[in-house]
Design a protein. Structure first.
Length: 313
């Protein structure tokens, strides 16, 4: 409608008195409004499944033709074929869309009506099937009740026969049970006596094993203590030999490597040598040697202080 108004208004303004130029948009607006009205009424009628007859068809085609003529009139008067083709696109689309929409709406209405009819048919079939199933179920319930009553009678007779047979079996079972009980009691007494003898034997064996284990543990403890004592003596002798080897090297003519010097300082502290003797053996300054002496003393005192603090806590 907007495109039609913009296209037709200049044509109407050119063929209208100047005082009435403001009425130029009215004609395209009226024609397009008629198109909209007829399309909407066709839609409502098609949705209800009806047809308007020849007059609505004539009105629809007449409004479409008017729209086409008004849109291409200006270009046709100027013999502009390209303009005619361009301005005919929108009206032709409107006409074809209106006809196609009417066909679509009628087809949709027919499909919906067919779907409703199918649903009504299926609902009737379901209701009929439900009624048949209900009748069948009722008959089956009656048959099951009769069958159940017959089963109950047979079950009662069978239970009575089973009760009699059970009483007879129980009597025989009680007699056999009394015999088994007496035999089990005799076997239980013999088993208790055997277990008591085995328990006494196991107690004697356990005491013997514990005594032997205690003796072995004591012997192993003495052997382990002797072995540890020999190990400590061997380690002590090894440390003394290493210390003597370090201290017997004599005064150093030059400063020894730091790791070697630290070993000599540790040996000197262990042997109780003064700081100056360690200085002569390592070739390092008295300040450095004194610092290592102090570090070793602090290291020796730290475990002692930790043990004292733990005992205090």
């Amino acid at each position: 409608m907007l495109y039609s108004i913009l296209t037709v208004t200049p044509l109407m303004a050119a063929h209208t008195p100047d005082d009435w130029d403001w009425t130029a948009p009215i004609l395209p607006l009226v024609v397009d409004a008629a198109v909209v009205i007829v399309v909407r009424l066709d839609a409502v009628l098609a949705g209800l499944g009806g047809q308007g007859g020849r007059w609505p068809t004539a009105l629809r085609w007449m409004t479409g033709a008017m729209t086409l003529a008004l849109n291409v009139a200006d270009s046709a008067l100027r013999k502009d074929l390209v303009g005619v083709a361009v301005h005919s696109v929108s009206p032709l689309l409107l006409i074809v869309t209106a006809e196609s929409g009417l066909a679509y709406r009628r087809a949709i209405a027919a499909a919906v009506a067919a779907l409703h009819a199918k649903e009504r048919t299926e609902r009737a079939e379901r209701e009929q099937a439900t009624a048949q199933r209900t009748e069948t179920a009722t008959q089956r319930v009656r048959d099951e009740r009769e069958h159940q009553a017959r089963l109950v009678r047979e079950q009662r007779e069978h239970e009575a026969r089973l009760v009699r047979e059970q009483a007879e079996r129980e009597e025989r079972a009680q007699q056999a049970e009394r015999g088994r009980t007496e035999a089990q009691e005799r076997a239980a007494r013999a088993e208790r006596e055997r277990r008591e003898q085995e328990r006494e034997q196991q107690q004697r064996d356990r005491e013997r094993i514990e005594r032997e284990a205690a003796e072995r543990a004591e012997a192993e403890g003495r052997e382990r203590a002797a072995r540890e004592h020999r190990e400590r003596e061997r380690e002590q002798q090894q440390r003394e030999r290493e210390r003597d080897a370090l201290l017997s090297a004599g005064p150093a003519t030059e400063r020894l490597p730091e790791e070697r010097a630290r070993e000599i300082v540790r040996a000197a502290v262990s042997a109780g040598l003064p700081v100056r003797a360690a200085v002569e053996l390592t070739g390092w300054s008295i300040g450095w040697v004194s610092g290592r002496y102090q570090d070793l003393r602090d290291a020796d005192q730290a475990p002692h202080l930790h043990a004292v603090g733990s005992a205090t806590s």
